[in-house]
Design a protein around this ligand. Structure first.
Ligand SMILES: NC(=O)c1ccc[n+]([C@@H]2O[C@H](COP(=O)([O-])OP(=O)(O)OC[C@H]3O[C@@H](n4cnc5c(N)ncnc54)[C@H](OP(=O)(O)O)[C@@H]3O)[C@@H](O)[C@H]2O)c1
Length: 217
């Protein structure tokens, strides 16, 4: 697949690197430093390059939206609205100092993004784990019991693309249902972040859902 990375910070840089290592074509974009984007592309191998958000979105099978909530409008302007594009968002609707969600319970960042980019095919994914765990999940992707990763969306085809990428990174994709479920998964991330950054076991943390045999009836 050809994947555009819109926001090449902690999440975008790591996920883009992993997507490239998994064999996808990746375009890193939306950093304040062109040099950083070029280095990320070099370090990620021959299938990666650096570009503008518009270049990253052009002909992309999927884009990853990985910017601070305050940058969303600017990003969409630069990327060109993302019409018909599968847009996987890990961006949480946090306030300026990242201390609280500014959208929650009755809506979500993913749903607000869908309103801002009504022709994009939005999937909420990757936002429920800290960036610190991504490389180790990828390195251990051949293990039997993979960590789970929740995703949600309203477009079945876009969700299949997201599930493939989630699986390529090394997680077990768990379909949490329609996009509105992001209003529950986004706050869940704050509980994960509390464990990751305030707990005493470090931030390289993932989670796993298990169904007991009895649940099948
Ligand atoms: N970090 C995590 O563990 C984590 C986990 C779950 C969800 N999330 C969510 O994922 C999204 C991305 O998080 P992140 O930690 O990857 O963010 P980040 O490290 O701050 O990366 C954001 C990217 O946006 C770029 N950017 C371009 N113009 C900018 C400007 N004017 N001001 C600030 N940044 C600008 C940054 O550029 P530079 O390259 O120049 O910095 C960077 O590449 C956020 O919505 C966050 O809530 C993060």
């Amino acid at each position: 697949m050809r994947i555009g990375i819109l926001g090449s910070g902690l999440m975008g840089a790591k996920l883009g690197t992993i997507f490239a290592r998994a064999g996808h074509d990746v375009v890193f974009s939306y950093s304040r430093s062109t040099k950083k984007l070029e280095k990320l592309a070099r370090d990620s191998g021959p299938t990666a390059s650096a570009g503008t958000p518009a270049q990253a979105a052009q002909n992309a099978d999927a884009v990853l939206v990985a910017v601070h909530w305050s940058r969303i409008d600017d990003l969409l302007k630069q990327a060109g609205g993302l019409a018909r594009t599968v847009a996987i968002t890990c961006s949480l609707p946090m306030n300026a100092d990242d201390s609280a969600l500014i959208v929650a319970h009755t809506s979500s960042g993913a749903e607000e993004l869908a309103k801002k980019a009504p022709r994009a095919r939005i999937v909420s994914a990757f936002g429920t784990v800290p960036s610190e765990v991504l490389f180790s999940v990828f390195e251990r992707r051949r293990r039997k019991n993979r960590p789970s990763l929740l995703y949600s969306g309203d477009d079945a085809k876009a969700k299949r693309v997201a599930a493939k990428l989630i699986s390529d990174v090394g997680f077990e994709p768990i379909d949490a249902g329609p996009l509105r479920i992001a209003r529950y998964t986004e706050p869940f991330t704050l509980a994960v972040a509390q464990l990751a950054y305030e707990g005493d076991r470090g931030p390289a943390l993932a989670y796993r859902f298990e169904w007991s045999r009895e649940s099948k009836g």
